[in-house]
Design a protein around this ligand. Structure first.
Ligand code: ATP
Ligand code: MG
Length: 712
């Protein structure tokens, strides 16, 4: 009946007899892309097992399930919020201690000050390097979510049966999405930005129910963080005061902009696109080199690398300001509260770094001898016009850009937002200084240009638009600049896209993650599903299969899904569905479903016997826990059979062979698919469904069904 299946049968029929186990016969195993990353299943595998389980569950269970999901979302919010508070307090206090000690010791001896600084930087690793702390926070959020979703960690004996509640990849992925949003919300105190970040960057598949849960988690984070900040403001958290969290309140800056300014602002967008694309390209090369050469030499090399980069960063940030000449302090302005030079050991502007006179400051030290948060606050600030010289900013830009490229991808958990903002705001401010001198009459603030520069660099490198825009507005607390930020982001993204992919996509590709971009490539229009499959033989399983054959197939390839075929009485071949490798492994391990007879269970008119504990099949199927090599089977076991009928997914997605790959691509993206069957043109149509068939009356039963299958 099916051409494809005939070739498949050929492959299969040779398999069991293949004494030497020639993997070639399986057809595809030689063509596997070498990626060790497997996809997850969004799809609910509606096999017999699943349906049985659903039938046993009442409405109460469904309600309980929903409540637990929301409760976990709450826990993720609280956990990530507290982690953020802890990280911020630690980083600020450590940095505070480092700077105070360095400045105190410098009064006595240069060298001793330098030594303290270096050890402080290496000790605090993340604190001194050109990387941001929001990356680890997103990771923390995702880890908390993942732990909750899988019911703790069996590896560290921290699992609890009570927590092992979620049984599909979909649930777990929903929670991880909440965790990532929580991380961004916590790092930037930007709850809406967190939600949009999850939508734009994290999930490849978004549902409206997920939106609510992510929104809820982000709101919880915002409450936790705000409460902690209020508590810390009263001086209970050491050096940590109102700062620390990535927030630069620049309200009170430039209120409006004039038409003439649009051109320099667009120029900032172009610069952002170019520098961002260059950043992605350079980090790609370096990451490639690291993965394939440097990091292969072991963990010790990774640690040495981090220490070395830390050392270089410290030497540069301590050494470069020494070559700068000091500048006289500006006229004291009591209203701004800024002291010049700043008292030793304090944060703020105007650092007196080995300046000959007491009322002088060093502009490069002002950037380097601050936490990144404070440095950015200074760069964004409107009131400190010309605190930095063009030369100082340019030196810093070149150095920091280089350091950020080199630091990205080391063994330290790192975020790219904050370094991106540092780089962007530096050249933004440079452009701003130029514009100020050009349009003398206009009321222009350099800080506004610094902010636009930051947006442009992030847009040019990460290529996010909506979420970035909202995050920028949330962290600067200035809604008036929204149209400008939008303009700059659009330009920088367009310019960057002309050269390469966004930072995250590039890195995902390097790691072999099969991430589908938002749109298919143009050439795909001309390709068909059949063309892409080529002459590869399909590896499939018969409905009743010998254990030895399953073992052979699983050992001879890495595929995770296998079509299952059956023979009708008429002798016709019927495709019964899709069988997942993970489910096969559960069957082999438990052995409960082994049978002596090679006949189907229901061949004598009976129904499918339920011998297996069905709930095992709806446990997280992505768990990499068992592999075929871990399963012990006796020679007697290998001679047994399994009837796969109750365990196959009877309704996999199927496309016809001449469907264009563009369409297939969109199906994968929109439905979050993992496998799709390609079949010849079908010979019959037995019905037609339109939207109207889906508008089913909302009676009690259908509501339950809907709850069970989608919203939970
Ligand atoms: P994923 O890696 O996304 O989790 P998978 O592991 O099932 O899915 P791979 O084995 O990684 O899929 O796919 C590699 C190649 O093998 C693809 O080109 C795919 O078309 C092919 N392939 C996958 N399953 C089969 C199969 N049962 N028979 C023949 N070819 C297959
Ligand atoms: Mg695979």
């Amino acid at each position: 009946m099916l051409n494809g299946m005939e070739t498949a049968k050929l492959a299969w029929s040779r398999l069991p007899n293949s004494e030497d186990g020639e993997v070639d016969e399986v057809g595809v195993s030689k063509k596997i892309d070498g990626s060790s990353v497997e996809s997850l299943d969004y799809e609910v595998i509606e096999n017999h097992a699943y349906r049985e389980e659903q039938a046993q569950r009442g409405k109460l269970y469904v309600g309980y399930y929903v409540v637990v999901k929301w409760f976990f979302a709450l826990l993720i919010g609280i956990g990530t919020g507290l982690a953020a508070v802890f990280i911020n307090i630690s980083v600020e206090n450590f940095a505070g201690w480092k700077y105070s000690l360095t400045f105190a010791i410098i009064q006595k001896s240069y060298i001793a000050g330098f030594v303290v600084y270096i050890f402080g930087s290496i000790g605090s690793v993340g604190g001194g390097l050109a990387l941001g702390k929001e990356g680890p926070l997103v990771h923390t959020g995702a880890c908390i979510a993942s732990l909750l979703g899988q019911g703790g960690s069996t590896k560290y004996h921290l699992s609890s049966r009570w927590l092992q509640f979620f049984n599909s990849d979909r649930d777990r992925r929903d929670l991880v999405t909440c965790g990532c949003a929580a991380g961004v919300a916590a790092a930037f105190r930007a709850p809406v930005g967190g939600v949009l970040f999850a939508l734009e960057e994290v999930t490849s598949w978004w549902r409206s129910q997920l939106m609510w849960r992510v929104f809820f988690t982000s709101a919880i984070v915002a409450v936790v963080v705000r409460t902690a900040m209020r508590w810390c403001k009263s001086g209970k958290c050491g050096h940590f005061g109102s700062g620390g969290f990535i927030i630069w309140d620049i309200s009170g800056g430039q209120e409006d902009y004039s038409f003439e300014e649009l051109l320099p602002m667009a120029v900032i967008g172009v610069i952002g696109g170019l520098l961002g694309a260059l950043f992605n390209q350079l980090t790609r090369y370096i990451t490639y080199w690291r993965r394939n050469y440097l990091h292969k030499k072991g963990n010790r090399v990774k640690i040495i690398e981090v220490c070395l980069i830390s050392l270089i960063t410290s030497v540069i940030s301590f050494g470069l300001p020494l070559f700068r000449e000091c500048t006289p302090c500006p006229e004291p302005d009591p209203s701004s509260g800024i002291k010049c030079p700043r008292p030793p050991g304090m944060y703020g502007n105007y650092v007196n770094f080995f300046c000959g006179k007491d009322n002088e400051y060093n502009d490069l030290a002002t950037i380097f001898f601050n936490t990144q948060d404070d440095a950015i606050r200074n760069l964004f600030s409107a009131k400190t016009i010309h605190e930095y010289s063009a030369q100082g900013l340019l030196t810093f830009l070149v150095m920091f850009y280089t350091l950020a490229v080199v630091t990205f991808g080391t063994a330290v958990p790192a975020g790219q937002f904050v370094p991106g903002i540092m780089i962007g705001s530096t050249y933004g401010r440079l452009v701003g200084m130029f514009v100020v001198s050009f349009y003398k009459k206009l009321n222009i603030e350099e800080g506004t240009y610094a902010l636009l520069g930051a947006a442009s660099f992030l847009g040019g490198s990460m290529r996010m638009t909506v979420s970035l825009c909202v995050i920028m507005v949330e962290i600067t607390n200035n809604l008036k600049l929204l149209p400008l930020i939008m303009l700059v982001l659009l330009i920088s993204k367009a310019v960057g896209d002309a050269f390469n992919e966004g930072l995250y996509e590039e890195q995902a590709r390097l790691r072999g993650i099969p991430l589908l971009e938002s749109r298919p490539k143009y050439e795909m229009r001309k390709m068909t599903a059949k063309g892409v499959c080529g002459n590869r033989k399909v590896v499939y399983l018969p409905r009743v299969v010998k254990v030895a054959d399953i073992v052979f197939i699983l050992k001879s390839n890495n595929h995770n899904g296998f079509p299952v075929i059956d023979h009708a009485r008429s002798g016709e071949t019927l495709v019964t569905g899709l069988m997942l490798r993970s489910h096969l492994l559960v069957l082999l391990q438990s052995k409960v479903d082994f049978q002596h007879s090679p006949l189907p269970n229901d061949s004598r008119g009976g129904s499918l016997p339920i011998r297996h504990n069905f709930s095992e099949f709806v446990k997280p199927v992505s768990s990499k826990g068992i592999s075929i090599h871990d399963i012990n089977l006796t020679p007697d076991d290998l001679e047994m059979y399994i009837d796969l009928a109750p365990f196959v997914n009877p309704s996999p997605y199927i496309v016809s062979e001449d469907m264009s790959i563009t369409k297939v691509y969109n199906l994968f993206r929109q439905l979050g698919l993992r496998h799709i069957f390609v079949v010849p043109r079908v010979s019959r149509v037995i019905g037609m469904i339109t939207r109207k068939d889906l508008l089913i009356e909302d009676n009690e039963d259908s509501a339950t069904v809907e709850l069970q299958s989608t919203s939970v």
